[in-house]
Design a protein around this ligand. Structure first.
Ligand SMILES: C[S@@+](CC[C@H](N)C(=O)[O-])C[C@H]1O[C@@H](n2cnc3c(N)ncnc32)[C@H](O)[C@@H]1O
Length: 255
């Protein structure tokens, strides 16, 4: 496994406090499942979940699609254990360790769903194309991920001081809408969700508790620079936007 992936998996393995700090993630999972529930799907659909974490979307999918045959997967073994523990009384649910970027599965899924995991992929376009290839004819790949507007306030607090935030850069909604999926139809929607924190350290602490503290390309700041960034961030309200971009990729009936 590459070092970036290992760091991501390790950070999520250590995310003991995930559910207590995952208000936005719970909201996104709930909205995604609601949208999926409004879509036509095959009876007793074969379902694959990608990046299930502790099972927020898993729970919503099980509730809304009770006749679904669901396999949930995640790259982080401890997240898989937490998800299995949440559904200990559901013997019909399989939860497996799998890197979604290298899925070794037989095609034929009626639904592949993922909430807030794809922003961690090293190769987002390639991975989405590989996942779309696992769809049955008329199957749906439903992915909620993060767009470029995410953490705009945190980036602005850095930029005001001539600094660059260490949070990863996310693709624009236009770049996502332009991804090619031969044999499929793509629909994109965008929801900005705003999360308020008591202060800047509370924001950073919440990122760490959910395992999302892995820095992007630009590394970390000196303590003094970080204090100035935190002050600027708090002066504008200690709020962060999550620009949630949802992709619905529907395979044509002809496959
Ligand atoms: C922010 S959590 C979201 C978890 C869950 N879907 C939710 O909504 O609460 C992101 C999850 O994606 C997983 N993940 C990151 N990269 C992955 C990959 N390449 N393959 C599978 N899972 C991955 C992480 O281990 C983590 O559990």
């Amino acid at each position: 496994m590459h070092s970036w992936k290992q760091a991501v998996a390790r950070a999520f393995d250590g995310a003991e406090g995930y559910d207590g700090a995952a208000a936005i993630q719970a909201e996104v999972a709930q909205r995604l499942a609601q949208r999926i529930g409004a879509e036509p799907l095959a009876p007793a659909p074969r379902i694959l979940e990608i990046g299930c974490g502790t099972g927020l979307l898993t729970a919503e999918l099980r509730r809304r699609l009770p006749d679904g045959r669901l396999v949930a997967s995640d790259i982080a073994p401890a997240m898989v254990r937490r998800c299995r523990a949440r559904f200990a009384r559901a013997p019909d649910l399989a939860v497996v360790v799998m890197d979604a970027e290298r899925p070794a599965l037989t095609p034929g899924f009626d639904l592949i769903a993922s909430s807030l995991a794809a922003q961690w992929f090293e190769d987002l376009p390639g991975t989405l194309a590989r996942l779309a290839a696992l769809l049955a004819p008329s199957g749906l790949l439903a992915v909620a991920t993060l767009g470029a507007g995410t953490f705009a306030e945190w980036r602005a607090a850095h930029a005001a001081l001539g600094l660059e935030a260490a949070t990863p850069l996310y693709p624009t909604r236009h770049a996502l809408a332009a991804l090619p999926f031969p044999g499929c139809t793509l629909a994109v929607s965008v929801d900005p969700l705003v999360e308020a924190h008591a202060d800047g350290r509370a924001f950073l602490g919440a990122l760490r508790r959910i395992g999302a503290g892995t820095p992007g390309q630009s590394g970390t700041l000196s303590p003094g620079a970080m204090r100035r960034v935190l002050r600027g961030f708090e002066e504008t309200g200690a709020r962060v936007t999550y620009e949630v971009v949802t992709l619905f990729i529907r395979r044509d009936r002809q496959g």
